[in-house]
Design a protein around this ligand. Structure first.
Ligand code: RP5
Ligand code: MG
Ligand code: MG
Length: 280
């Protein structure tokens, strides 16, 4: 079960405003717990208004969203199942967040993202390094440092309208971990070919709600996390990591249970650790 912690009892992560969430205690998260004085403030960032990737306001006469289904090319389905619509507003399926509106998120309801989890074994003089205490091999993953919060994270991003999840995984990795936008045309082709090969055999490890600090009562992130593992470091060794787009740095990060990551990326990393029986 995905936690619901980082989108609760915090200031809203918007640099330009000082939006506070109403405090929501653990026992009042669920909507079916009656809380008649629940009256959070409403915030939709002016930054997203009018953006091509963002919805118009609820009530706008040109906005006729089809909730809980594919709305043309826009995916308004939730991995959590059917979500409620109250007074025209979609309701966060996990519970209260202490803030109405859609904050920094473009879509009302689910905002679909992907997270590529790219891993290899930590290598020390040609052999895999094991942790002294657990005796288990140490796994590394490609981590980026987010420009918005400064936290380390998976190099994930939003699925564009009409885009396939498999394409978003490659595009976000190319943008954030390999800085493809700043490369020459020849380099772009070469990088795309390499990623095409590496990302051929992925294993989905999660599809569902993401405990993102930007979530609100009416808008939230859902992600599909796909694992790409290079057992013998045959492919990734030749990839020069280079941060780009919304990443300010990138690195192969050693994994253990103390990894401190954005949103609930910790849980996604834990999934692949269990799968490969790696050190934690
Ligand atoms: C997280 O935000 C997702 O898991 C994904 O990593 C990311 C998508 O948002 P942007 O990186 O595009 O801001 O919730
Ligand atoms: Mg991105
Ligand atoms: Mg991103």
């Amino acid at each position: 079960m995905m936690p619901h912690i980082k989108c609760r009892n915090t200031s809203y992560p918007d640099k330009l405003t000082n939006v506070k969430r109403m405090e929501v205690p653990e026992d009042k998260v669920k909507w079916d717990v009656i809380w008649s004085s629940y009256n959070p403030s409403e915030f939709t960032s002016p930054f997203i208004k009018g953006k091509v990737w963002a919805d118009p306001e609820i009530g706008d006469e040109n906005f006729k969203p089809c909730w809980n289904m594919m709305d043309g090319n826009i995916n308004r389905l939730s991995y959590c199942g059917y979500y409620k619509i109250i007074n025209g507003y979609p309701i966060n399926p996990i519970g209260r967040t202490g803030l109405k509106g859609r904050g920094l998120l473009g879509r009302w309801g689910p905002n679909h993202a992907v997270d590529p989890i790219v891993t290899r074994w930590k290598n020390n003089n040609e052999s895999v390094e094991c942790n002294e205490e657990t005796g288990k091999p140490i796994l590394q993953f490609v981590a980026i440092r987010r420009r918005d919060s400064g936290e380390w994270a998976l190099p994930g991003g939003m699925v564009d309208v009409g885009e396939k999840v498999s394409a978003t995984l490659k595009r976000e990795f190319l943008e954030e971990a390999l800085n493809i936008d700043e490369k020459s045309e020849d380099e772009k082709l070469e990088l795309k070919e390499k990623i095409e090969k590496i990302f051929r055999n992925g294993a989905q490890v999660y599809a569902g709600y993401m405990d993102d600090p930007r979530n609100t009562d009416n808008a939230w992130i859902e992600t599909v996390a796909v694992h790409f593992h290079d057992e013998k470091n045959e492919h990734f060794g030749s990839l020069a990591l280079n941060a780009g787009d919304d990443a300010e740095s990138v690195q192969w990060m050693d994994i253990d249970k103390n990894v401190n990551l954005y949103a609930s990326h910790y849980m996604l990393i834990n999934e692949v650790v269990n799968k490969l029986n790696a050190h934690w």
